[in-house]
Design a protein around this ligand. Structure first.
Ligand code: AMP
Length: 140
C-alpha cells in the first residue's frame, strides 16, 4: 500500500464543542499525519459547490445550512492508503451505525451533524484537496 492523501473536514458541530484537538488526535492515533490545516467559515457558494453531487438529495439544503453554520477545519491527511484509513477511523455516516471507537460513534451528534468529512476515493481526494489548498500550502 502506498502513502496517499485525503481531505478531512472537522464540521461545525465539532468546532462548536471545541473538539478540533480531540478529532485531530484520533486521526493521528490512527496513523494519519496532518500535512495542511486551516480553520475557515465556508460561504454558501463554497458549500454548494463542494457538495454538488448531493444537489438533488432531499438533505442538500439542510446540509449546506449546517456546513455554513460555524467554522470548519479543513485538513489534508497523509498516510498508508489514507482515504480508506480515514474512513475507518471516521466510522459510518450515521453515528448510530458507526463502530465503537470511531470518531462518529464517540463524538457525532446525528447523521447530518456527524463531526467529520472524508474523501471517498483517491480521485475525489485530489479534487477536494485542490478545492481548499494550493500546492505550496501542503507540507509533508
Ligand atoms: P458524504 O458525501 O457521504 O460525506 O455525505 C455528505 C454529508 O451529508 C454526510 O456526511 C452527512 O453530513 C450528510 N448526510 C448524508 N446522508 C444524510 C441523510 N440521510 N440525512 C441528512 N444528512 C445526510
Amino acid at each position: 500500500m502506498a502513502i496517499t492523501r485525503t481531505l478531512s473536514i472537522i464540521k461545525p458541530d465539532a468546532t462548536r464543542r471545541n473538539l478540533t484537538g480531540r478529532v485531530t488526535s484520533m486521526l493521528e492515533e490512527a496513523g494519519l499525519r496532518v500535512v495542511a490545516s486551516k480553520r475557515i467559515r465556508l460561504t454558501q457558494e463554497q458549500a454548494e459547490a463542494f457538495y454538488d453531487v448531493h444537489r438533488e438529495r432531499p438533505f442538500f439544503r439542510d446540509l449546506v445550512a449546517f456546513m455554513t453554520s460555524g467554522p470548519v477545519v479543513v485538513q489534508v491527511l497523509e498516510g498508508e492508503d489514507a482515504v480508506a484509513l480515514n474512513r475507518r477511523v471516521m466510522g459510518a455516516t450515521d453515528p448510530a451505525k458507526a463502530e465503537p471507537g470511531t470518531i462518529r460513534r464517540e463524538l457525532a451528534e446525528s447523521i447530518e451533524a456527524n463531526s467529520v468529512h472524508g474523501s471517498d476515493s483517491d480521485e475525489n481526494a485530489a479534487r477536494e484537496i485542490a478545492f481548499f489548498f494550493r500546492p505550496e500550502e501542503i507540507v509533508g
